[in-house]
Design a protein around this ligand. Sequence first.
Ligand code: NAD
Ligand code: SER
Length: 323
Amino acid sequence: MEEHKTLVIGASGQIGTELTLALRHRYGGESVIAADLKRDADLLKGAGPFLPLDVMDKMTLQVQVRRNNIKTIYLLAAMLSASGEQQPQLAWKLNMESLLNTLEVAREEGVQKVFWPSSIAVFGPDAPRVDCPQNAWSTPATVYGISKLSGEQWCHYYFKRYGVDIRSIRYPGLISYKTLPGGGTTDYAIEIYHAAVRGEKYTCFLKEDARLPMMYMDDAVRGTIELMEAPASRITVRTAYNLAGISFTPAEIAAEIKQLVPGFSIDYKPDYRQAIAETWPESINDQTARSDWGWKPEYGLRRMSEEMLRNIRPELAMTTKHG
Ligand code: NAD
Ligand code: SER
């Protein structure tokens, strides 16, 4: 019998690269196909198949899913919050059409499981800012948040109406060293480590007290795989699960870095991303994920900071972008 395969769309991005590595480690290199508009990330080269793919081209997506006997899809292609506010129409088009194409192909081709990430951006200024509950009602303030909230409803609809087993997490800001971030409001929490490794002062685009929910990439990847491997009977949320890791402010992460890199300094020059951050909760209640499928984060600020600073290579440290 032909082997069932997994397709990761958006595999060259921040999460896609690390998730593909983890899936290949777990299920075998050949059974996980990385796909992206961009060429494959250096870390993925030679470790398994790569497919150049535009997820907006539904017919090609369908042909590839059928030809490769794809039974699980991870859809990670999207435009994030900060980039999305620069190009709202394009963000909406990419974020919605990529999901609808994937859901339709999954339904038509009998794909067994789909993962699609939502975000804390589904919550807007009217949601509780502290310990934001799973079912908080909210009006998101960014086109990115609107696309994630609508996407969650589409996932719920495809599950209820067609039985597509689609699972989702509202990721907080994800922090990683293996790949660079892709245009989010939480990217400062990666840039700051790169500046520290280069021995430079960091100018933060958020205010010093902008507390946001964050998570180390290892926790996010582990949580994603745990959710996907959980028995369907444990999954009570078919929109997207709240997931919490660590909540901190720029001043707090800077203080932590100063303890590990004496002499590190920071100043603040808030830009349009501060307005986005102000609409999001400070912290997230993830009790439902914990009780449904056993979610538990492992990384705190200290452990994450030590790993980030140990692993970012100075010669590859990114230069800080503003705007
Ligand atoms: P990213 O921008 O780093 O990666 C996205 C990848 O998708 C890129 O490699 C890009 O080339 C690819 N892509 C874009 N358009 C495509 C297309 N038409 N066809 C095929 N590939 C295409 O993003 P990321 O940070 O890895 O985020 C992945 C997902 O996780 C997104 O849905 C994002 O909203 C969600 N998310 C991310 C974070 C975070 O902090 N990174 C937080 C919450 C949710
Ligand atoms: N990290 C993401 C962003 O800032 C949250 O979804 O856009």
